[in-house]
Design a protein around this ligand. Structure first.
Ligand code: RRO
Length: 310
């Protein structure tokens, strides 16, 4: 039987397999990060960090049901120093993405500068799409134009941006038009769908405490939006800008769909939270099984090759 290769790469960054965690899920503490480093995920991304540690929002702030999850964590993290110090102590054998999510442009410049000083950080995933900040802390993913120009005046690390979902073709076209002017490595799409609401009919109540129950939606229910954003970015971005697909993956089949729409690497959020660290091994097996059945030997056989109906 043919050897099936599900490794991938983002420019010169090599992933032993194309499956990794999504930022935010089980990647905040030393124990969680060590677990990920020891797992067979293809790469590791850390919880989005800020300059100072943050406690995040009040509990309960995460809830899941069959079709998805809602969260309003509020960016709880131990501060950038914690993550850089942790990485410094560790032996690294796969790509490490430091996710940063400053609450202002200035904070993000500072965090990017710090990440540039660490040899353990393979790449920066700049999170411009946290859905759960206070009203006054605006989401940069919807107005990031000038900001990105300044970043590339000093940044030397591979850098990608995590975006919120966009719902109109023209918005993705405009974002891609800007990104295409910069030496950006990748985009990660999508973050959770902002401002969702889940209702508990028995209690006639919302299910999370912060922001009167409103929060970011993840899981299977958002997959069609993830696929749409991935495929549109794939269409409009320069071909050397890779796409990391995130949103609604719980099976090998879902990964196949993300890659068919143009993703090079995929991230697992809600399903990782539900299933734990063994999810990576299961998904790897399921993806290989699909490729075997289709007689494909690598992701290059089908990446971005979604067909239209003639
Ligand atoms: O911490 C959060 O509330 C959070 C973040 Br930073 C994010 O990027 N996406 C999300 O769903 N929650």
């Amino acid at each position: 039987m043919k050897k099936i290769d599900i490794s991938s790469n983002i420019n010169e960054i090599k992933f032993p397999l194309c499956i990794m965690n999504a930022s935010g899920v089980l990647c905040s503490t030393e124990r969680e990060l060590s677990n990920l480093l020891d797992s067979n995920s293809g790469g590791v991304v850390t919880k989005s960090c800020t300059y100072k540690p943050r406690k995040g929002n009040d509990l309960p702030r995460y809830f899941e049901w069959d079709g998805g999850s809602i969260n309003s964590m509020g960016l709880p993290n131990f501060g950038i120093k914690f993550y850089l110090d942790f990485l410094e102590k560790k032996k690294i054998n796969k790509p490490i993405f430091l996710s940063i999510s400053g609450c202002s442009s200035e904070e993000n410049y500072f965090l990017i500068q710090k990440a540039n000083e660490s040899s353990k950080v393979t790449a920066i995933e700049l999170n411009l799409s946290c859905p759960n900040l206070l009203e006054k802390e605006d989401m940069l993913g919807y107005k990031f134009h000038k900001f990105i120009e300044n970043i590339f005046k000093f940044n030397k690390k591979p850098l990608g941006i995590k975006f919120p979902p966009y719902f109109q073709d023209i918005h993705i076209k405009n974002v891609a038009f800007i990104l295409n002017q910069f030496p950006i490595f990748f985009v990660t799409c999508i973050n959770s769908l902002p401002n969702g609401l889940f209702v508990d009919i028995d209690k006639e109540s919302v299910v999370i405490q912060p922001k009167k129950g409103f929060g970011g939606i993840g899981g299977s229910i958002i997959k069609p939006f993830a696929l749409a954003n991935i495929h549109k970015f794939y269409t409009y971005l320069r071909k050397d800008i890779s796409i990391i697909g995130c949103g609604g993956i719980s099976s090998g089949r879902d990964i196949f769909e993300h890659i068919l729409c143009g993703a090079s690497v995929v991230q697992i959020g809600t399903q990782f939270m539900k299933e734990g660290i063994s999810v990576f091994e299961r998904l790897e097996k399921e993806l290989i099984f699909i490729l075997e059945k289709k007689n494909y030997s690598s992701l290059n056989n089908f990446r971005g090759k979604l067909k239209n109906i003639q």
